[in-house]
Ligand binder design. Structure first.
Ligand code: ZN
Length: 72
């Protein structure tokens, strides 16, 4: 009986670890996805150079011609 309880406890621990790992992986995937969504693609109005910026800023400087582009 003692051995059976031990097996049951280890089985429960295994399932818990599995569930936690899956949840952690899902959260990481969500974070990566939301990061992707937050990044914006900006096309420079002056030289047509395409670059990526964070959506938190409203203005960005073109790395090629140094002109200021407004992020809509
Ligand atoms: Zn430019």
């Amino acid at each position: 009986m003692k051995i059976e309880i031990g097996l049951l406890i280890s089985a429960v621990i295994c399932i818990l670890v599995l569930v936690l790992t899956v949840n952690f992986w899902r959260e990481n995937k969500k974070m990566l996805f939301s990061r992707k969504v937050k990044a914006r693609i900006i096309k420079c109005e002056i030289c047509s150079y395409v670059y990526f910026v964070s959506s938190k800023i409203s203005y960005s400087r073109c790395p090629v011609c140094s002109s200021i582009n407004k992020i809509r």
